[in-house]
Design a protein around this ligand. Structure first.
Ligand SMILES: Nc1ncnc2c1ncn2[C@@H]1O[C@H](COP(=O)(O)OP(=O)(O)OP(=O)(O)O)[C@@H](O)[C@H]1O
Ligand SMILES: [Mg+2]
Length: 496
């Protein structure tokens, strides 16, 4: 489809920018991809900006002379035209490379053909179908290896569609067959946004949903590392006494819990009373979390299954430390098993990643260490991360800089925009502006997964909708109705 003709304007056309005047009937839009011939081959570009001009209205004096009647005297509408500024992405030969020569003025500009865009973005026939290229009728099929060559970050403000986009990605991962390679998935779900997979008949067979209140960390096989991590107030000597007791218990008992450790400390004749008091009070507060038991629930060895998801729904846990302990323990154990190749390759989707791996001090944040470790070393073992966050500025820079594909949905906070442009290459100030003007469900992919910023309208999800996002009005009405019904029930019961 022809869109217009290249013109000379200022010092263009040059190797990075050209302008074209749009034909009257063409429906040009900002963000559309265009193609035009050059001496080097086919040039692909993206419409960055569109200006409307009309020479009749360029002189304020003329307008003031004619006041509002200028349209009656001159064919003003015939002189209105659209001028489109195009950013040159590259010349499409066997490989895509930067242009060395500009396009010639007078050359025809066309809408980029899908086959050319597929080559430009290195789309994969067998890839993950996450939506359509914004403004084009082109399905985006992302190559899995490129998307997860390292880690992925999904960043946007609240309500922009992060969890929705992650859900679509998960649907695609679950639909892969053996030949394509199935990857195991674990989701850290602090808001219960992914339980829909467990209730949908098309996905329930592939889903294990674990409720936060059922999760347990088994004490008998818990390594000493976790006592040091979870009981940070202990002095070196106190820690040593505790480890000694636990080692003794491990030798004599197959099954024991915190209560048995406390009992053993109380009975010990080698530990000073003051140390005993500190250890026992620390162990009691650990026990009060109701997180530690005789064995792991869920069992770590069964948590990762190729082509299936395990959801740790920790939305019913109010204690922040407990949530972080769960993430610290299960991720570390999975990672250690993956290093030894005891479990299949997996991707860990971490919602609210800024809470589990915040920037700044990490002492009290049990989960930060393992997330950073996985961010740094996970790629070698195909233990991969998908970090999801609405506050990138609070997310650890180390883990963010280890992601090499970013999916941005709408972000408006200037601090967040500055932070992401510092953490990843290729985020120009122009792209920052575009990120801040995206609509809900519109994303831009930057990094390894696509050679150029890829604007995607995320497709509708297939999994059933579990209405977790009720509006204020809906929830107030529902609450009042429930209260009214309860009153009626009581009256009926009392025979009134
Ligand atoms: N691609 C999309 N297509 C249709 N609707 C969408 C899309 N993306 C998001 N939405 C709508 O926007 C709502 C909010 O999306 P979502 O819950 O994914 O936001 P979020 O970024 O995860 O927010 P939060 O940070 O609060 O968790 C969804 O409930 C859905 O109605
Ligand atoms: Mg969300």
């Amino acid at each position: 489809m022809e869109l217009g003709t290249v013109v000379c304007k200022d010092d263009t056309p040059n190797t990075t920018i050209f302008y074209f005047v749009a034909t009257k009937e063409s429906e040009v839009k900002r963000g559309l991809f265009v193609q035009t011939n050059t001496t080097e081959g086919l040039l692909i570009g993206r419409i960055e900006e569109i200006t409307k001009t009309n020479r009749y209205f360029m002189q304020p004096e003329t307008i003031s002379n004619y006041e509002t009647n200028i349209n009656l005297h001159f064919p003003t509408d015939k002189w209105e035209f659209l001028l489109c500024k195009v950013y040159c992405l590259g010349i499409l030969n066997k490989i895509v490379r930067k242009a060395n020569y500009p396009v010639s003025p007078g050359e025809t500009v066309k809408l980029a053909e899908n086959k050319n865009l597929e080559r430009l973005f290195k789309l994969d026939e067998q890839g993950l179908k996450i939506g359509n290229l914004s403004g084009h009728n082109l399905e985006i099929r992302l190559n899995l290896n490129r998307l997860f060559q390292k880690h992925l970050a999904i960043l946007a403000l609240s309500g922009a569609g992060k969890s929705y986009a992650a859900t679509v990605l998960i649907e695609e991962l679950l639909n892969r067959n053996d030949k394509q390679g199935k990857v195991g998935i674990i989701i850290i779900d602090p808001h219960g946004e992914y339980s829909c997979f467990a209730y949908d008949e098309n996905f329930s067979q592939k889903t294990t949903l674990i409720n936060g209140r059922d999760i347990r960390i088994g004490i008998p096989h818990l390594s000493n590392y976790y006592y040091k991590l979870f009981l940070q107030n202990l002095s070196f000597a106190q820690e040593r006494d505790l480890i000694k007791i636990i080692d003794e218990l491990k030798k004599t008992e197959d099954v024991f819990g915190i209560k048995e450790i406390i009992q053993k400390i109380e009975e010990s004749e080698n530990i000073k009373q003051a140390t005993k008091d500190v250890l026992i009070s620390n162990l009691y507060s650990l026990d009060s979390l109701r997180l530690f038991g005789y064995y792991d629930i869920p069992s770590i060895n069964n948590l990762i299954v190729p082509g299936q998801i395990s959801i740790l729904d920790i939305s019913d846990i109010t204690d922040d430390q407990k949530k972080k302990m769960i993430v610290a323990y299960f991720l570390r154990e999975l990672f250690n098993r993956r290093i030894k190749r005891k479990i299949p390759p997996f991707i860990a989707f971490i919602e609210e990643a800024h809470n589990f791996a915040p920037e700044g001090s990490s002492k009290e944040n049990f989960s930060k260490g393992i997330i950073i470790k996985m961010a740094r070393e996970g790629r070698k073992f195909n233990a991969l991360l998908c970090l999801i966050s609405q506050r990138p500025v609070h997310l650890s820079t180390t883990s963010l800089s280890q992601c090499n594909t970013f999916m941005f949905l709408k972000i408006t906070n200037p601090y967040d925009l500055k932070h992401i442009s510092e953490s990843s290459e290729g985020i120009t100030s122009e792209l920052q502006k575009q990120i801040s003007s995206l609509d809900v469900g519109e994303a831009v992919l930057v990094g390894e997964a696509s050679s150029f910023p890829l604007f995607v309208k995320i497709r509708k999800k297939k999994v059933m909708n579990l209405e977790t996002n009720k509006s204020l009005e809906e929830e107030c009405i529902e609450y009042a109705e429930k209260k009214e019904n309860r009153k009626k029930d009581v009256k009926e019961l009392m025979g009134k």
